[in-house]
Design a protein around this ligand. Sequence first.
Ligand SMILES: Nc1nc2c(c(=O)[nH]1)N=C([C@H](O)[C@H](O)COP(=O)(O)OP(=O)(O)OP(=O)(O)O)CN2
Length: 161
Amino acid sequence: MPVRHWVKLTKDHLVFSAGHFITFGGNICERVHGHNYRVEVELHGPLDENHYVVDFIALRDSLQEIVTGLDHRMLLPTKHPAIHVVRDAKEVTATFEDRRWVFPQEECILLDIPNTTTELLAQWIGQQLLNALEAKLQWKPEVLRVGVDENYGQWGYCEFS
Ligand SMILES: Nc1nc2c(c(=O)[nH]1)N=C([C@H](O)[C@H](O)COP(=O)(O)OP(=O)(O)OP(=O)(O)O)CN2
């Protein structure tokens, strides 16, 4: 019988509080609001010389850095077809139809995704994690699953395989 291994990280400190708004149903745009987000990851792959899929500590530290970078920030999508986000040295201005929001530049994170849904936040975090693991360990998992929870039980997931 084939044997497979994986690791899962669901630490209490893998959380961030951030502002966002999404569109849905075509042209319905939410008001700005915030969530206490939670992040978990699962990585699959062969065992290394330590009998690890990947070292928990290296994984935890890499993911924590990504999560901390999102904490207490306004999350804005740069690939949305109708939310236009423009950054200058001081401010970030987002517009949707006749609505306009202006935020201090250093309080925003611009994400190259079309909407800040949990599914796409999971995808963005997953891509950052793959980049970090490649840079730190010259390693990539066979499968990476990332979950993002935005409201104590509403998880969006993304799988890289
Ligand atoms: N599959 C998804 N569905 C929805 C997402 C998402 O990311 N993926 N996101 C939303 C909105 O962000 C919405 O704000 C979440 O709604 P809600 O749970 O009602 O959030 P509140 O903070 O307002 O929670 P309350 O419990 O109502 O206070 C919608 N759907």
